[in-house]
Design a protein around this ligand. Structure first.
Ligand code: GSH
Length: 288
């Protein structure tokens, strides 16, 4: 397999002085070709800038966030490199990987699968938290260590929170829009975790933000969470952000700053409305 750090530029568009690029590379973790988006702000030296990783939700590719959220203006203003990977391996031809929109392609759930059918390719947790960091270091920060934060939407909000909570000291900050906050207690999570991790619910807890908040032993942290109150998936109990607050009440190291937004739904219209506040939040932590 080709070195994952060898990346090919697929497209490049100037946007707010910087460039919105799309790259392709061979992933060792996922055993397939993957695309990811990288916004590189205009700066004296882009090689010393901090990095923010965005994780998208169900059905998304590396395109949704870059095309719909309007984040580039704020990435340029704060001079932050933004990396937005795809949401699952692609083209692996595993039986059943493209029949459902909430499992398989477009729905990797940011876990490392243990069920034999999925275990070879569905390793999004390691792809995001290990391989992608090496790719960023070799290509965007001149081989040097860099400051990095993480955020995401829905399934990607879950991915961002578990990545932060499982890796104390790796990420400077974390935030989420309408995250799947307690996957072991909602239909999406139960379905995906059964498929990727098997039926032992004890194993699922390692990928559940509420369980991880209770166990978290890292530096004091605030998690910024935005939630639209007209979000259909909130009404269907797929998201359960209030469970984050309950979980945090037993652990003074974590504070949940939950912002309930009247009238907003689950879409990128909601995300684009509040994305500026998330950049302000992360910029503060990345530049400390
Ligand atoms: N396909 C689903 C909706 C899936 C969905 O809302 N996905 C969210 C993340 S959980 C998303 O970001 N969709 C892509 C988009 O809005 O661009 C349905 O028809 O109900």
């Amino acid at each position: 397999m080709t070195d994952p750090s060898v990346i090919n530029l697929v497209s490049s568009n100037k946007c707010f002085e910087g460039f919105q690029n799309i790259y392709e590379h061979s992933s060792d973790e996922l055993k397939c070709r993957m695309k990811f988006a990288a916004y590189i702000p205009c700066a004296e030296s882009s090689k010393t800038l901090p990095v923010l990783i965005w994780l998208s939700g169900l059905t998304c590719t590396e395109q949704n966030f870059v095309a719909k959220s309007g984040f580039q203006k704020y990435a340029q203003a704060h001079k932050i490199i933004v990396i937005a990977p795809d949401t699952s391996p692609r083209g692996c031809k595993i039986e059943g990987d493209s029949e459902k929109w909430d499992f398989g392609e477009g729905a990797g759930f940011y876990v490392d699968a243990t069920e034999s059918k999925w275990a070879k390719n569905y390793r999004m947790y390691s792809y995001i938290n290990s391989e992608l960091h090496e790719v960023i270091k070799k290509n965007f920060t001149d081989g040097k260590e860099f400051k990095v934060s993480i955020f995401g939407h829905s399934m990607g909000g879950h991915g961002a929170m578990i990545s932060f909570l499982k890796n104390p000291n790796k990420y400077c900050s974390v935030s989420a829009f309408a995250p799947i906050s307690n996957p072991i207690n909602c239909d999406w999570g139960k379905n995906a975790f059964t498929g990727y991790l098997g039926s032992n619910e004890e194993v699922w807890k390692d990928y559940d933000s509420c369980c991880l908040i209770k166990r978290y032993n890292g530096p004091d942290a605030e998690i910024l969470v935005d939630q639209g109150l007209d979000d259909n998936f909130l009404k269907q109990n797929q998201l359960n952000p209030q469970n984050l607050i309950v979980a945090s009440q037993g652990n003074e190291r974590i504070r949940i700053n939950l912002k309930n937004r009247e009238g907003y739904d689950h879409s990128y219209y909601f995300i684009s409305t509040f994305i500026e506040e998330h950049f302000e939040f992360h910029a503060k932590h990345l530049k400390d």
